[in-house]
Design a protein around this ligand. Structure first.
Ligand SMILES: Cc1ncc(COP(=O)(O)O)c(C=O)c1O
Length: 420
């Protein structure tokens, strides 16, 4: 196992010590939202206690709120590898993506094309496909059904010189597949198209560097990486200043605040800073001489990636041993670099909902359904029968919890339990 100190980590997350039916709670629900460290909870309470105000006022709490907004942009800039003025906050990723699609839509002509995929969460599909109303053509890239990866040959076919934007996920929130986003960007660049990357599922698992990636936009949600419910959008400065977001007249036309309609979730932003600082602390615990918060964050995410992979290497082969159980997605350990530690499964004769309930009763929290990755569950032919059961590992999970899950699945799926 990699060098994460699990006691140090778990001590920071008060939710992890809960019990259900007298059993310890195991949170394998992270892809739907992770738990938060105490420092995030404290930062939110502290903001509301000491700094609660609107922005740009001539008094102390408002000045502190202005400072907080700058600090929150800098924190995310360190997390993503960009500058603070390239960071936009919003209610969630979906809201931000709709706002961006409306602004980009203002530049598009009938016949212009946007490429989306069957692997994506609908928040990276419908905000683009609504532009069909103004004559934009939407092209949908297929998947390789056998391992739930993006069909890159199809992607290449769908991109042409009318393509204006490619909307792609960094990793699938349903089956965990990581896309070769660098290659997608290369293909898009060849025809002068922009690339929007949905990194919501990727962000809690691996380091992100938007400069190296050279994407035009990248969105994530702080509640998926140990923070509160705040959406985050990175946009290249040239786009954020050129595009025209829909905004009310009195609001600032300075970028990036021109993208942030209305009052922001200030207490949430205080939590975002604390979440990033938690990750940076984690990074310094594995790389004590990290020379900057960015360096500490990269070290944290690399250590998280290694640790989660080692946990997943324990989980997946054992899942495959359970008779009647199907795993959707990459199952070859040699290709685990191309997946997150998120397993989507079905068990013959049991609906995912029933499985999730039986696990939930045992204190093991998983999600069932389509997780809004509707194109995918439809393509896999599982949508009409309850979708998938999703087991999402996070860095605060332990090997003991993996064994608890495997034991519970054994018990639930044993022939004697089939009538339950
Ligand atoms: C991959 C992915 N994209 C987008 C979203 C939507 O994020 P939000 O809830 O912040 O709108 C989610 C949420 O589950 C997701 O997992």
């Amino acid at each position: 196992m990699a060098s994460l100190n699990l006691n140090w980590i778990r001590d920071r997350f008060p939710a992890l010590s809960q019990t259900v039916n007298g059993l310890p709670v195991t949170f394998f629900d992270g892809p739907g939202g992770t738990q938060v460290p105490q420092s995030v909870i404290d930062a939110i309470a502290d903001y509301l206690t000491t700094s609660n105000a609107n922005t740009h006022g001539a008094f102390a709490t408002s000045a502190r709120t202005d400072e907080l907004l700058v600090a929150a942009r800098e924190a995310i800039a360190d997390f993503l590898g960009c500058d603070g003025d390239e960071v936009v906050f919003g209610a969630n990723m979906t809201t931000l993506t709709f706002a961006l699609s409306r602004a980009i839509g203002r530049e598009l002509q009938p016949g212009d094309e946007i490429v989306v995929t069957r692997l994506d969460h609908d928040a990276n599909v419908t905000p683009w496909s609504v532009l069909e109303e103004q004559g934009v053509v939407i092209r949908v890239v297929d998947i390789n059904v056998e391992d739930c990866t993006l069909d890159m040959a199809d992607l290449e076919r769908q991109i042409n010189n009318r393509t204006r934007l490619v909307a792609v996920g960094y990793a699938s929130n349903a089956v965990g597949s990581i896309n070769d986003v660098a290659k997608v960007i290369q293909l898009a660049r060849a025809v002068g198209a922009m690339v929007f990357v949905d990194a919501v599922h990727y962000a809690p698992h691996l380091p992100i560097d938007v400069r190296t990636l050279d994407c035009d936009f990248l969105a994530c949600s702080a509640y998926k990486f140990f923070g509160p419910h705040v959406g985050v959008l990175y946009g290249k400065r040239q786009h954020l200043t050129r595009l025209r977001p829909y905004k009310v007249r009195p609001a600032s036309d300075e970028s990036p605040s021109r993208w942030e309609s209305g009052t922001q979730n200030h207490e949430g932003l205080a939590g975002v800073v604390a979440a990033i600082d938690y990750l940076a602390d984690l990074g310094r615990s594995v790389l004590p001489d990290a020379y900057s918060r960015r360096a500490a964050l990269v070290a944290a995410m690399q250590a998280i990636q290694d640790y989660e992979r080692s946990l997943f290497e324990q989980l997946l082969p054992q899942l495959l041993q359970i008779s009647g159980l199907t795993v959707y997605g990459i199952t070859d350990p040699d290709r685990f670099a191309w997946r997150t530690p998120t397993a989507a499964i079905r068990f013959a004769g049991q609906s995912p909902e029933r499985l999730a309930h039986m696990l939930g009763d045992r204190g093991i929290f998983t999600w069932n359904g389509h997780f809004y990755a509707l194109n995918l569950t439809e393509r896999l032919g599982v949508e009409s029968s309850g979708g998938l059961l999703r087991i999402g590992l996070a860095h605060y999970n332990t090997l003991e919890e993996v064994h608890r899950l495997l034991n519970a699945l054994d018990e639930i799926t044993s022939p004697s339990a089939a009538v339950l």
